[in-house]
Design a binder for this molecule. Structure first.
Ligand SMILES: *Cc1c(COP(=O)(O)O)cnc(C)c1O
Length: 310
């Protein structure tokens, strides 16, 4: 039994009117862990249990860590999540609420991750947030569901962090005979590691993450995601933090679902008339990837910060 749920797939009337396209929303914000990550993380955790693992370790203070904590609780496996001091109280609360232990260590993710890796033994599985083939096969189920629903979409719009979601969606398109379908891969400026890699024809590493969309904050995308840009029709597109934040607020108003800027990034192009990123495309399937760490209060704070900077 998979740990994720089959999510609703709805046509958005407000976004369809605005963008003059048939906009389909795959509502993975409604996964019990609050983001699409549960699909792949759940599949990977189940595989680890079959292989006899007795503990899970994660070093993600975001939606991957929350999904590992949720999966561990469902499977009766103890989970420890190693996070840096910068992790928000809300994220720690969400992980602990799933019964996992949180260990705070170091000023940056690198230090927390090093401590996490030092705990590994034969009984313990380390769950990487985006770079794993079994995880991608789990993410791919969202495409299976959209195809099974019989909806006629002509492209997929999604957000890119480390490229696990992109890898999973392309795997899903491939296994459903849709290898040629365009994928619009969106990042925020300051977390645009895929877009810059495509521009430089090399898998570059960003010096730092400067976007509020921390769930997209992988300095380097996984090799698989970069390689896919050479074999598939993947169109990268970068939006500003302000555009992503605007999209979060408007999406909350239109669809009554609160998502992180990481997800607002994918929605942002649909909130403009004739978005250039979707030129020639008529029926986008937008992966509403969600994100559990967003709060109304946090959106307000970002609005103030970005307003002050503008
Ligand atoms: C992890 C995450 C992403 C990016 O997924 P990758 O697999 O890292 O590319 C986008 N949005 C949300 C809400 C996420 O949690």
């Amino acid at each position: 039994m998979p740990l994720h749920i089959e999510t609703p797939l709805v046509r958005s009337q407000p976004l369809s009117l605005l963008s003059a396209k048939d906009v389909w929303l795959k509502l993975d914000a409604l996964q019990p862990s609050g983001s699409f990550k549960l699909r792949g993380v759940g599949a990977l955790c189940e595989a680890h249990v079959r292989q006899g693992k007795k503990r899970f370790i994660s070093s993600s203070g975001g939606n991957a860590g929350i999904a590992v904590a949720y999966s561990g609780r469902q499977l009766g496996i103890p989970v420890t999540v190693y996070v840096p001091e910068t992790t928000t109280a809300r994220a720690k609360q969400l992980i602990e609420q799933e019964g996992a232990a949180v260990v705070v260590h170091g000023a940056s993710w690198q230090e927390a991750n090093t401590l996490a890796l030092a705990q590994l033994d034969d009984d313990t599985a380390f769950v990487h947030p985006f770079d794993n083939e079994t995880m991608w096969q789990g993410h791919a189920t969202m495409v299976d569901e959209a195809v099974r629903a019989g909806v006629e979409f002509d492209c997929v719009v999604l957000s890119v962090g480390g490229g696990g979601l992109l890898s999973g969606v392309v795997a899903g398109l491939d296994r459903n005979g849709l290898s040629k379908m365009p994928v619009v891969a969106i990042e925020t400026a300051g977390a645009d590691s895929l877009s810059q890699s495509v521009q430089h024809s090399a898998r570059i590493e960003l010096p730092a993450i400067t976007s509020i969309a921390t769930s997209l904050g992988a300095k380097q995308v996984c090799e698989n995601a970069f390689n896919l840009t050479r074999t598939h029709d993947i169109r990268t597109h970068v939006v500003t933090d302000l555009e992503a934040l605007d999209a979060c607020e408007r999406f909350l108003f239109d669809h009554r679902i609160l998502v992180e800027p990481a997800c607002g990034a994918s929605l942002a192009p649909l909130y403009s008339a004739q978005p250039p990123a979707l030129d020639g495309l008529k029926a986008p399937l937008v992966i509403v990837c969600g994100g559990a760490t967003a709060t109304v209060e946090q959106l307000r704070l970002w609005r103030q910060q970005l307003g002050a900077a503008a």
